[in-house]
Design a protein around this ligand. Structure first.
Ligand code: UFG
Length: 322
């Protein structure tokens, strides 16, 4: 049985949907940012907190867990700058509690959601797993700290793990039953689509003086179902003993400026956006683009879904759910 911590969240719920086809899944989530409706009906749901040892004890003593996939975290760059305590407490301290209980119950397989935010201001155009890791916000640091903890636990306690560093997750499940839903929403693509649905007056673009071709930030957008598939491959690699420890970037390998993302949304939806340029948002690097060559070479994973199709899937979901 696979324990998915944070399985009611955006990327977690899409991964659970793929996982339940081949294995038994128990989801642990405190529903602080996740949604009950997003949890696949074939998964067992336990409401609880990964920072509370007693909640974890219940799960680990009730179910026979072979591996843990850990999605539960706060993940907003801007918020982490104004409230770092929340990020170190929920992302680092709570993960340590989870790892402690795992070690106690001799559960040694772990998949961890990390982020492109650990790279800080990139020195390379295409970030590889070897690129310098020097975060510029507490969110990035909180994830990098856990990466270090995993390396040390692997040496000391024989933990087997795979770290997946996501670039910008976007899009929705093809069934449109689940998609990206945050409250408040801060992510670019949902904000653009909510605006194009008439739910927001305009789109505020944070900064137009970055060192990029049109002055707006460049990101690498990756479909959430592509991310889910990377988790399944990683899980199998761990369970089959193919990997002991590994770190992989997950992106499309193509960067789009914010203006290009807005233009692509206009084309996909056939609607016109209203934009205002405002101050830069603290903690934003100018550009983040992945090289995902390593996971392709080692596990055969490659992103399949490109930006227009990512936006189309998100649009289908937003039209149905907004
Ligand atoms: N942006 C705007 N206006 C908005 C919202 C976003 O201009 O209303 C800009 C941001 O400043 C940034 C870009 O659009 O330049 C993308 O912003 P998002 O908030 O959608 O995503 P981030 O790049 O800040 O962060 C996301 C995840 C993080 C993850 C990171 C990895 O939220 O968890 O991708 O690249 F670390």
């Amino acid at each position: 049985m696979i324990l998915v911590v944070g399985g009611a969240g955006y990327i977690g719920s899409h991964t659970v949907k793929e996982l339940v086809d081949s294995t038994e899944v128990v989801v642990l989530d405190n529903l602080s940012t996740g949604h009950c409706w997003a949890i696949d009906e074939n998964a067992i749901f336990v409401k609880g907190d990964l920072g509370k040892e007693e909640d974890l004890e219940k799960v680990f003593s009730t179910y026979s867990i072979d591996a843990v996939i850990h999605f539960a975290a706060n993940s907003l760059v801007g918020e982490s700058v104004v409230d770092p305590w929340k990020y170190y407490e929920n992302n680092v301290v709570a993960t340590l509690t989870l790892l402690k209980v795992m070690m106690k119950h001799d559960v040694k397989n772990f998949i961890f959601s990390s982020t492109a935010a650990i790279y800080g201001i990139p020195e390379d155009t295409f970030l590889t797993e070897q690129s310098l890791t020097k975060p510029i916000n507490p969110y990035g640091y909180s994830k990098l700290m856990v990466e270090q903890i995993l390396e040390d636990f692997s040496q000391a306690y024989g933990l087997r793990y795979i770290v997946l560093r996501y670039f910008n997750a976007a899009g929705a499940h093809e069934s449109t039953s689940i998609g990206e839903s945050h409250d408040p929403e801060t992510h670019l693509i949902p904000i653009i689509l909510q605006h194009l649905l008439g739910k927001r007056e305009k789109i505020s673009v944070f900064g137009k003086d970055y060192d990029t071709p049109d002055g707006t930030c460049i990101r690498d957008y990756i479909h959430v179902t592509d991310l889910a598939h990377a988790h399944i491959l990683s899980l199998n690699a761990l369970l089959m003993g193919k990997k002991q420890m590994a770190t992989y970037n997950l992106g499309n390998g193509t960067g789009y400026t914010i203006k290009e993302v807005i233009e692509t949304c206009e084309i996909v939806t056939g609607r016109q956006a209203t934009i205002e340029y405002v101050e830069r948002r603290a903690g934003d690097p100018a550009q983040l683009i992945a090289s995902s060559e390593k996971i392709y070479q080692e596990l055969g994973w490659k992103a399949k879904i490109k930006l227009p199709a990512i936006i189309e899937s998100a649009w289908n979901w937003h039209k149905r759910n907004n």
